[in-house]
Design a protein around this ligand. Structure first.
Ligand SMILES: [Zn+2]
Length: 254
C-alpha cells in the first residue's frame, strides 16, 4: 500500500507526477528535458545523500529516504487514525492541522496564513497548499485528479504524504545554496570591481595578462586588497557581473 502512494509523487521532490502516464516519471519541474537545470541541481543534492549511505541508495529513492528519516507520513496517519477511533467519529481539518503542526513544524510555519476552516474537504486544502508553494496550476490539477480516484481516508493519507514531502524539501533541501553569495548580499566597491571585470575580459579577448598592480595603483589600494577582490570575482564571476550590471541599470533609472 505504501508503494501505491509513493507512485503519485515525483521521486525527486514533493510535487505530483502524472501517474497515468508511464513515460513521465517526474513532476513538471523535474521532467523532460532531464537535462534541465532544476533536474541536475536536485540530482546533485540527492547524490550527496545517496553516496553517504552504505550501500549507496539509488538517487530516485533518496528523497523518500529523507522523508522517512524525518517523520514518515504513515506514522502521522496512524496517530490521526487512532485518535479518531478513540473519539469514534470524523476528524476536522483543524484537528488534522494540530497533528501536522506537531510533526511537521517547518510546514506548519510556512502555511500558517492558510485558514483551514475555509475548506470543507482536504482536497481543496491540498490545492491551496500547493499554490502557496508556488507551483503552477499543473501540479494543482494533478493533485485534484489523483484525489478523485481515492476515498476520503485515502485522500487524507495522500495529503499527509504531500505535507511530509514539502517538509523534507523545505527543511533539508532548501538551505542556502553553497554555490556562492546571492546577488543582493554582496557589498563591493563598484569601481574596483568594474576595473577587474574589464581587465578580465581584455585578458580573454586579447590574451593580455591582467596587471593587478596597475589596477591597485589606479584605485589607490594595496595589491593584497586587489588580489583578494580578484579571487572573489574569479570564484563568483556570474554574481559579480550581475551586481555591476544591476548598479549600472539603477544609475540609468535615476
Ligand atoms: Zn520533482
Amino acid at each position: 500500500m505504501i508503494k501505491k502512494f509513493l507512485t503519485f509523487f515525483c521521486p525527486l521532490c514533493w510535487r505530483l507526477r502524472d501517474s497515468d502516464n508511464n513515460n513521465s516519471l517526474y513532476c513538471e519541474v523535474h521532467s523532460q528535458p532531464t537535462g534541465s537545470a532544476a533536474y541536475k541541481r536536485r540530482r546533485r543534492q540527492l547524490e550527496k545523500v545517496a553516496l553517504s549511505q552504505s550501500p549507496p541508495l539509488p538517487i530516485n529513492s533518496t528523497f523518500n529516504y529523507l522523508v522517512n528519516k524525518n517523520i514518515s507520513p504513515e506514522t502521522v496517519n496512524r496517530a490521526i487514525t487512532s485518535s479518531t477511533n478513540n473519539r469514534g467519529g470524523d476528524i476536522s481539518n483543524t484537528q488534522i492541522l494540530s497533528f501536522i503542526s506537531k510533526y511537521y513544524k517547518t510546514f506548519g510555519n510556512e502555511t500558517k496564513n492558510i485558514d483551514v476552516t475555509r475548506f470543507n474537504n482536504i482536497v481543496s486544502w491540498g490545492s491551496a497548499v500547493i499554490r502557496a508553494f508556488n507551483s503552477s496550476i499543473k501540479t494543482v490539477q494533478l493533485w485534484e485528479k489523483t484525489c478523485h480516484s481515492l476515498t476520503a481516508t485515502e485522500q487524507r493519507k495522500l495529503f499527509l504524504y504531500l505535507v511530509a514531502r514539502i517538509e523534507t524539501e523545505k527543511k533539508t533541501l532548501s538551505g542556502p545554496s553553497t554555490k556562492g553569495p546571492k546577488v543582493g548580499s554582496v557589498k563591493i566597491n563598484l569601481e574596483i570591481m568594474s576595473s577587474l571585470i574589464i581587465a578580465y575580459d581584455e585578458q580573454k579577448k586579447y590574451g593580455v595578462k591582467v596587471n593587478l598592480s596597475r589596477i591597485a595603483k589606479e584605485h589607490n589600494v594595496s595589491r593584497q586588497t586587489i588580489h583578494k577582490k580578484w579571487n572573489k570575482f574569479i570564484k563568483n564571476e556570474k554574481v559579480y557581473r550581475k551586481v555591476i550590471k544591476n548598479s549600472k541599470n539603477k544609475n540609468k533609472n535615476t
